[in-house]
Design a protein around this ligand. Structure first.
Ligand SMILES: Nc1nc(=O)c2c([nH]1)NC[C@@H]1CN(c3ccc(C(=O)N[C@@H](CCC(=O)O)C(=O)O)cc3)C=[N+]21
Length: 283
């Protein structure tokens, strides 16, 4: 039996429609929600991603300002620019596109963003708030994954959830969100021994490694929900995830595709965070 597909494009469209309503309510009381995007350098993938984010914003009525700087920009100048955006009351969200050029300390740059405008949810304060269950911005990718689980009416309570990958941007916050929903959470990673012994016991698997075929059909419990966060290129240069989609979709109950899965939801949750930021700042 083939798995049902969780359509990230369709769900992102729904989320954007909700955003449009909230944008209109903000505008009705004189607030123009505004996302500032900072791009340093000429990384081709980053250029494409940033363009998507600007388009998404404009299509939903948010204002997006893209600031581009050469890769040679001094870190001190970037920090100065972030401080100015922090102080600008017309800017509600700040996103510094990653990766930054090698001469910059990404951690230091992210920590310079005001937590009130940290719509990526990458600041230590945002991570801490998520961990202790306080209000704050949740990172867009794992939050999008959670929305996908909610969209199928999946009750995580008491379920075994396995997260493969322990990054600060996806794996760790994903685990915290699943835990907050009362799942029994296991984080697996590159040093995990016998990954399949964990995934075979999982009701939900989130694959966030950045490597093809990390999860194959033999590793999946029949009927499980499989969320694929991977963004890789195969030998033909085609976008593919961490999951062997053809194989796993024969075993899983639900599966997210790549492209058209987690990616569009990541972008939709950025819009949601920006609206949240604008609402919180102007309440
Ligand atoms: N500060 C910061 N925040 C980010 O959120 C951030 C970042 N830096 N750096 C790069 C990564 C990557 N990322 C993607 C989001 C959506 C798609 C996406 O929508 N993908 C489409 C396909 C797009 C295509 O065709 O290339 C899909 O999966 O269907 C891709 C990649 C956000 N990132």
């Amino acid at each position: 039996m083939a798995a049902q597909i969780i359509d990230g494009n369709a769900l992102a469209k729904q989320v954007r429609a909700e955003v449009v309503g909230r944008v209109e309510a903000l505008k009705a009381r004189g607030v123009q929600p505004h996302l500032a995007i900072v791009l340093v350098g000429e990384d081709p993938a980053s250029q494409v991603y940033v363009k998507h984010k600007v388009n998404d914003s404009e299509q939903t009525g948010l204002k997006a300002t893209l600031e581009r700087y050469p890769a040679t920009l001094a870190e001190a100048q970037l920090l100065e620019r972030i401080h100015a955006l922090n102080a600008d009351p017309t800017v509600h969200g700040i996103l510094v596109q990653l990766p930054l050029p090698k001469h910059m300390d990404s951690h230091k740059v992210i920590e310079a963003i005001s937590p009130a405008k940290d719509v990526d949810g990458f600041h230590v304060s945002s991570a801490g708030a998520l961990m202790v269950g306080q209000p704050g911005f949740w990172p867009c990718t794992p939050h999008g994954c959670l929305k996908m689980l909610e969209s199928i009416g999946y009750d995580l309570k008491g379920r075994n959830a396995v997260v493969i990958g322990r990054s600060n941007i996806v794996g760790k916050p994903m685990a915290m969100m699943l835990l907050a929903k009362d799942a029994t959470v296991t984080i697996c990673h590159s040093r995990t021994k016998d990954l399949a012994s964990f995934t075979r016991n999982a009701d939900v698997v989130v694959a966030a490694v950045g490597k093809r075929n990390v999860l194959t059909a033999d590793m999946v419990k029949p009927g499980a929900v499989v969320i694929d966060v991977g963004m890789n290129r195969n030998d033909e240069g085609k976008l593919c995830g961490d999951v062997d989609f053809a194989g796993v979709s024969q075993v899983a109950g639900w599966i997210t595709p790549v492209p058209g899965g987690v990616g569009p939801m990541t972008r939709a949750m950025l819009l949601v965070n920006t609206i949240d930021a604008a609402e919180r700042a102007t309440r």
